[in-house]
Design a protein around this ligand. Structure first.
Ligand code: CTP
Ligand code: MG
Length: 225
């Protein structure tokens, strides 16, 4: 059954410090051509046309700044781990029917990816993640660097955000204190089926200085064309 009703909340965890990026400000507040990663991510959610409310989890000292950058959002203080930030955001969205958890760091994600995740949810999926086939060969190695085996690439996907959930499923998965880089991981542990929809290369996560360089080049390219 297609569920055309039900509020969709985009929850943007933006409370991380960005240690691997190594900029002077927390990662979500790093700018590309004068626009923060947080604003870019919120813009994509908004422009998708499928999001009713944005909730941002921000570092405690940057709550007011986040609220100024995303004036239509509910802004809450994040926590020590990413999952703590997701739990804080969930608590601020009691009326959500569906929740899309979307890393602020995936700033160039196309609005269409939000829409395709919501379509899958409204078609009845309880948990949806965008995933891309991996291009590199992946090997399992031990601590000494010795190869233990080669993974079968055909059955692997690199997963991205927005990850979409029926709200009750995500709340149940986060009812403990579990931490995961990936909300779907917690949902899987609950025995809930997770569906993969095609991801998008532009939804890459800005993690390292290389990624930020890439994001800046892509934005410049977009502006010049
Ligand atoms: N995040 C969060 N709260 C935390 C940790 C992370 O809201 N306690 C958010 C980040 O702001 C980011 C997303 O979760 O948008 C993905 O996390 P990651 O890429 O690891 O960002 P950081 O934790 O900031 O980076 P690092 O791990 O390099 O410090
Ligand atoms: Mg982190």
């Amino acid at each position: 059954m297609i569920d055309n009703r039900g509020r969709v909340v985009a929850l943007i965890p933006a409370a991380g410090m960005g240690t691997r990026l190594g900029e002077a400000v927390p990662k979500a507040f790093v700018e590309i051509d004068g626009v923060t990663l947080l604003e870019l991510s919120a813009d994509a959610a908004r422009r998708s046309g499928v999001v009713d409310q944005i909730v941002v989890a921000a570092p405690t000292e940057l709550i007011e700044r986040a609220a100024a950058l995303v004036p239509d959002a509910i802004v809450v203080p994040g926590g020590a781990e990413r999952s703590d930030s997701v739990r804080a955001g969930l608590a601020a969205a009691p009326d959500a029917a569906f929740v899309l958890v979307h890393d602020a760091a995936r700033a160039l994600t196309p609005p269409e990816l939000f829409a395709s995740v919501v379509t899958a949810l409204r078609d009845g999926a309880r948990a949806v993640v965008p995933g891309l086939r991996v291009v590199d060969t992946l090997k399992r190695v031990d601590a000494t660097g010795a190869v233990l085996g080669t993974a079968d690439r055909d059955e692997l996907r690199a997963v991205q955000t927005p990850q979409g959930f029926a709200a009750d499923v995500l709340r149940q998965a986060h009812s403990g204190q579990g931490d995961a880089t990936d909300d779907a991981g917690l949902v899987e542990a609950e025995g809930v089926a997770v569906t993969v929809v095609p991801g998008d290369a532009m939804a890459f996560k800005v993690t390292t200085p290389f990624d930020l360089r890439l994001a800046r080049l892509l934005v410049a390219d977009r502006q010049s064309s």
